[in-house]
Ligand binder design. Structure first.
Ligand SMILES: Cc1ncc(COP(=O)(O)O)c(C=O)c1O
Length: 381
């Protein structure tokens, strides 16, 4: 089906239905569009009507070229764009980050099936053991409970693996940063550099799960290219920050990426038409880092207002990125969250153990002013 057929067949309505079926909140027809301040999301969390409106506008102004089984057209353009943004020779589109991480470690490890991974990582916890089950890899979890592991821990596993009765060399090492299960804290950049140079000396391949890595430059002063240069392969999510309906980029050398589309198809990961999923991403990627910096400027003004009022307490994380925590005194958080949702402000539920509300900084903060948002929150206490 081409673009025209897609519209004629009511494909937009189908897209809209599919998106609300993913567990995002249902949106009523009279809800104001592009107004919600969503302090739970990584990006704009477009609702189906917003997504369709932006897609329709784009199709009128700069029609995306359809792809075929995720090759050519808009997909190929996006692959080139991200290879360039990341300073890598080549990139491949994959329908999910779960598959991107899996295909990366599968190919990097090759015949050396032992792979060192962060115990807190998505690959180790949230991927259904795909790498173990489908690719026969042995994942060794490092630094349970921590955002970072150091080169000494890596070295000790590499040496232990080399010294076993049966040679079982480490084939690859994975790092995730920011770390989703640690409230988006950064993996320590110094430790990352040391691990990278050790891995290179030993000929061990290195993969970065950088699903949300475009927030790192603002917090660390290092560019996404600086980070990517330390790794053989890098995965970036296309739907978390960049408003895709889904998708992931895996970038590396020409030699690594070449031919990977066969493996993508083998795993059932070549969408026959990916363009509706990815059409909005290029524009969003171009502006994300600027928008994110402006969103933090706004967040810091909001935090100053919270700190001037005794009913609120704010906690930031050392080494944190996109999240801070808010504690509210004298109001049940659940009631506040419900009242705010009526005013197009979305907040996460508080953590059960601490009562702190995680607040996610993203460009939806730019849809209002810090003072207006503070007034809305205070009037909902
Ligand atoms: C750090 C990290 N890696 C990988 C993934 C997987 O991405 P996807 O949901 O596109 O499979 C996620 C998704 O939540 C993630 O947070």
């Amino acid at each position: 089906m081409n673009r025209r057929q897609f519209f004629a067949a009511g494909g937009l309505a189908a897209t809209a239905q599919a998106m609300s079926a993913q567990g995002r909140p249902a949106h009523s027809a009279d809800e104001p569009q592009f107004k919600t301040v969503n302090l739970q999301a990584d990006g704009l969390a477009l609702n189906p009507r917003e997504y369709v409106a932006l897609l329709g506008k784009l199709v009128e102004e700069r029609p995306p070229q359809p792809d075929y089984y995720s090759t050519g057209g808009a997909v190929e353009e996006l692959e080139h764009k991200f290879a360039q943004l990341l300073g890598k020779e080549a990139a491949i589109f994959l329908p999910t980050g779960t598959l991107a991480n899996h295909l990366a470690v599968r190919k990097l490890a090759g015949a050396d099936h032992r792979v060192l991974v962060p115990a807190q990582s998505h690959l180790y916890n949230d991927s259904g053991d795909c790498a173990q089950t489908l690719s026969g890899l042995n994942l060794i979890p490092l630094a349970p409970g921590e955002s970072t592991f150091d080169v000494a821990e890596v070295r000790s596993w590499v040496e232990r693996s080399a010294a076993g009765r049966v040679a079982t060399p480490v084939g690859a090492i994975v790092i995730e940063s920011p770390v989703r299960r640690k409230d988006h804290e950064m993996f320590d950049p110094g430790a990352m550099e040391q691990i990278s140079s050790y891995a290179r000396q030993r000929g061990i391949r290195l993969h970065l799960d950088g699903a949300r890595m475009f927030t790192l430059p603002y917090h660390s002063g290092k560019s996404v290219r600086d980070y990517a240069a330390l790794f053989d392969t890098v995965y970036v999510s296309l739907w978390k920050h960049f408003n895709g309906a889904s998708g992931a980029i895996l970038a590396g050398t020409d030699g690594f990426i070449q031919g990977l589309f066969h493996t993508r198809r083998m795993f059932g990961g070549s969408l026959p038409q990916a363009w509706p999923e990815i059409a909005l991403i290029a524009q969003s990627a171009d502006r994300f880092e600027d928008d994110y910096a402006r969103a933090w400027k706004s967040a810091n003004e909001l935090i100053a207002l919270f700190e001037s009022d005794r009913r609120f307490k704010v906690r930031k994380l050392a080494g944190g990125t996109s999240r801070f925590f808010l504690t509210v005194q004298g109001t049940a958080p659940a009631a506040l969250i419900e009242r705010l949702s009526q005013k197009s402000v979305v907040l996460s539920q508080p953590q059960p153990d601490t009562g702190m509300i995680p607040v996610q900084v993203n460009p939806t903060l730019l849809r209002t002013t810090p003072a207006a948002l503070f007034r809305t929150i205070v009037s909902s206490l």
